[in-house]
Design a protein around this ligand. Structure first.
Ligand code: GLY
Length: 369
């Protein structure tokens, strides 16, 4: 006889959390931190640049207010997002005797966020963590939705887990120190989400590009809020990326291959920008996207410094070979999110990712050169 046992679990930490977006939230830390950390045990994971500008003084403030704080700082850059850094940080936390009641603060950009989130997911089988993104890229994309990971020699983000934070704190004041290059780096992820889901927001961003590049606070806040709300909608429907969440990978199949081929010297947003260019071209060559829409996308990207000339440093066959190893693929086909219109993706049998013949990739790449 068949015995059936029902396992009904509550995710830990609860996958219900707030995202706070505003100016000066960090200085008002009492309003959100104490409730998250009754035992006052805090580990801050950051990088050396963010430590100097913000995290060191923040940790001192917490210490003065009775918190037991360990601040651990990594070298900035993608080279740090690897297993050996994860192990080093975990051993430091264990050596300092931080227990399961620890609250981890991921204080930095996407690299810190991904690494710290992965540590939170596995440290003593899971502790709470708060994302405090300090870059536009991390605010718009990586701090929301609980994806955590490290890179391997076989590809980016290959080892990781989806583990939601307890809170996300987006303080716009932290963006004042960001360079124009890092603003563009983040803006591209916003354009990606608007291109796949929201024509109106794409138009808003396109018409306000100059204000965005100048970090005009109202416009910047509006773009972040629009992008975050869209992303939250997607993650709520498909947290574990069975279908809809793959939409967020538009531009990333090519983008990740470019990052790997450049030894991670190209910034993530810039690689995704070039990826959007190639993947929109594939959509157009396959007769899914109109030439007018492709050209509009190309003009917008070009106006923020993403030019097809940047692709000449790469080889189409190498890109195809790396894209084949992408974790989203199955049955040997390379899966792409294809654009049908501005703000709408192509779907077949309700699936947002479509297998694409590699000839289209080569053709798209070559036609851009
Ligand atoms: N960065 C894509 C996602 O969160 O699904």
């Amino acid at each position: 006889m068949l015995t059936k046992v029902n396992v009904s679990l509550k995710a830990r930490p609860k996958s219900k959390y707030n995202i706070l977006l505003g100016d000066g939230i960090l200085s008002n830390w009492q309003n959100w931190l104490s409730i998250q950390c009754p035992d006052k045990q805090i580990v801050i994971i950051t990088d050396k640049i963010v430590e100097n500008i913000y995290a060191h003084s923040f940790s001192k403030t917490l210490t003065k207010n009775g918190y037991n704080v360990l601040i651990l700082s990594i070298e900035p850059g993608e080279e740090s997002k690897v297993q050996s850094t994860k192990e080093y940080l975990e051993l430091e936390m264990l050596k300092a005797k931080f227990g399961r009641n620890t609250l981890l603060l991921a204080f930095g950009g996407g690299i810190v966020g991904d690494l710290a989130g992965f540590i939170a997911a596995t440290y003593m089988r899971g502790i709470r963590y708060i994302q405090i993104p300090t870059t536009l890229l991390a605010m718009i994309d990586s701090s929301v939705g609980g994806k955590t990971a490290i890179n391997t020699p076989y590809g980016k983000n290959m080892i990781g887990v989806i583990f939601q934070p307890s809170l996300v704190v987006m303080d716009l004041a932290l963006l004042s120190s960001l360079s124009k290059i890092l603003v563009i780096n983040g803006l591209i992820e916003a354009l990606k989400i608007f291109l796949t889901l929201d024509n109106k927001s794409f138009t808003y961003a396109r018409l306000n590009l100059n204000k965005l590049l100048e970090r005009e606070p109202h416009t910047l806040k509006s773009v972040i809020a629009r992008a975050v709300k869209l992303k939250v909608k997607v993650v709520k429907i498909d947290e574990f990326e069975e279908n809809l969440r793959m939409i967020l990978n538009f531009g990333h199949t090519i983008g990740h291959a470019l990052e790997k081929l450049s030894n991670y010297h190209i910034l993530h947003g810039y690689a995704v920008g070039l990826g959007i260019l190639v993947e929109a071209k594939i959509s157009q060559l396959m007769g899914i996207l109109s030439i007018e829409n492709y050209e509009l996308i190309s003009r917008v990207l070009n106006s923020i410094g993403i030019s097809k000339d940047m692709l000449s440093a790469f080889n189409a066959d190498e890109i195809v070979s790396i894209a084949k190893g992408d974790k989203k693929n199955h049955s040997g086909k390379i899966l792409f999110v294809l654009l049908k219109d501005i703000g709408e993706v192509y779907t077949k049998n309700d699936m947002v990712a479509t297998p694409v013949d590699e000839n289209y990739i080569i053709q798209a790449f070559n036609s851009l050169l």
